[in-house]
Design a protein around this ligand. Structure first.
Ligand SMILES: *[C@@H]1O[C@H](CO)[C@@H](O)[C@H](O)[C@H]1NC(C)=O
Ligand SMILES: *[C@@H]1O[C@H](CO)[C@@H](O)[C@H](O)[C@H]1NC(C)=O
Ligand SMILES: *[C@@H]1O[C@H](CO)[C@@H](O)[C@H](O)[C@H]1NC(C)=O
Ligand SMILES: [Ca+2]
Ligand SMILES: [Ca+2]
Ligand SMILES: [Ca+2]
Length: 360
């Protein structure tokens, strides 16, 4: 990779980040979205265009390389000249090139023209319906989960068995810490419990699938992992009694409003149960408390993960771009609303392991 290419990639990424973070001009007009919620979706939504993801990752690598050169050369800044060759073929860089305008920005109109037929798949009719959009965006979310899991695995798997032991994951913990088995948030015992919940075959190692659950509990299908997550959140919210269950007041104060916001969005406000009704419905054994198990049915609404946000992003895009309100997007409608497809502000691939989005 030449200096010029690296420079243009950096410049492009900067342009993407700053050019497209424009105010959400249209959302207020249609009424169903609060400004705050719109931003929240864009913060958590997957990146729509894989080429943007690719550029971001290349930029990340260049930065890493620069940092290494910086460190190795006693604070002398060195522009990398070979930094990407190991993981990025010249072809891929060249591919990126064809989509740049003469000003070196990504030509998003051209990109949408290229992507449109890839989305218009289930019935190739020149329209993108909600399902087609959702499956595309969900795929982007899955790729992102896999990428961050792979990155974490590669950086920590010292013995190369494609799994992580507890010590590989947290090498800084001392024997003493582990001995003490302190279970408050962030201490050895707390990590251990989380690790064990993710280790579904209990062999003391997290393979790729188990590690992904560990890193992204909200997106897990492992019931143990989900139960761990809810129990953990309850502990931190339910600080009066620590009984691990929610009373009606705790439910109303800490959970219901989040549920209501997402439900309101998903159903366009027509099907949002009242707090008393929802509490009664979830409290299956009628003891006037909600246990972590009883909360499982509404988890995607209170602790939405990447996959839930893929769905919300789909609704958002449909809502914003469907000018003639026929529940389908044409290429023209998408191009008219280009910026919302290139407006996500997520830092890719570096999700923190203790993934606290703190909705509650
Ligand atoms: C982007 O690409 C389209 C289609 O090739 C082209 O018509 C348009 O002029 C390009 N825009 C810019 C700013 O280069
Ligand atoms: C830590 O304590 C928990 C219960 O609080 C227990 O289940 C677990 O086995 C203990 N682990 C170790 C390594 O002592
Ligand atoms: C990881 O282990 C679990 C439990 O044994 C298994 O279901 C899963 O397929 C494994 N994943 C991979 C990538 O090997
Ligand atoms: Ca290992
Ligand atoms: Ca395992
Ligand atoms: Ca339409």
């Amino acid at each position: 990779m030449s200096k010029a290419v690296a420079y243009i990639l950096l410049a492009t990424a900067t342009i993407i980040f700053f050019k497209f973070i424009s105010p959400l001009k249209h959302e207020e007009e249609k009424g169903s979205l609060s400004r705050r919620f719109g931003y929240k979706i864009l913060e958590r939504a997957p990146i729509f265009d894989p080429i943007v993801t690719k550029i971001e990752r290349e930029v990340e690598q260049i930065k890493q390389q620069q940092k290494m050169n910086f460190d190795n050369n006693n604070n002398k800044v060195v522009v990398p000249d070979t930094g990407l060759e190991s993981t990025t073929s010249i072809n891929e860089v060249a591919e990126t090139y064809q989509f740049l305008t003469s000003g070196g920005k990504l030509n998003t109109t051209l990109r949408l023209m290229i992507l449109f037929p890839l989305l218009d798949r289930e019935t190739k009719d020149g329209f993108i319906v909600s399902n087609e959009l959702e499956s595309w965006i969900t795929q982007r979310a899955l790729e992102r989960l896999d990428y961050s899991t792979q990155t974490e695995l590669e950086s920590k798997d010292k013995d190369g068995d494609s799994s992580l032991s507890f010590r590989e994951y947290l090498p800084h913990l001392s024997e003493e810490d582990i001995e003490k088995n302190e279970t408050t948030h962030g201490e050895a015992g707390w990590w251990m419990k989380k690790f064990e919940s993710a280790d579904s075959d209990h062999n003391g190692l997290l393979n790729f699938t188990e590690l992904r659950d560990f890193l992204h509990p909200e997106d897990s299908k492992n019931p143990e992992m989900l139960k761990w997550m809810v129990t953990d959140r309850f502990k931190r919210m339910d600080n009066h009694e620590m009984d691990g269950k929610l009373s009606f007041n705790e439910f109303e104060e800490n959970v219901y409003s989040t549920y209501e916001t997402y439900m309101d969005f998903e159903t366009y406000g027509v099907d949002v149960p009242k707090v008393t009704d929802k509490f009664a419905e979830l409290d299956v054994n009628k003891d006037q408390f909600i246990t972590p198990e009883e909360l499982l049915p509404i988890l995607p609404y209170i602790y939405p993960g990447e996959l839930a946000f893929a769905k919300y992003y789909t609704y958002y895009l449909m809502n914003e771009a469907d000018d003639n309100e026929d529940k389908k997007l044409t290429l023209e409608e998408m191009i008219n609303h280009e910026f919302i497809f290139y407006n996500t502000v997520h830092a890719d691939g570096h999700a923190e392991s203790d993934d606290d989005h703190d909705e509650l």
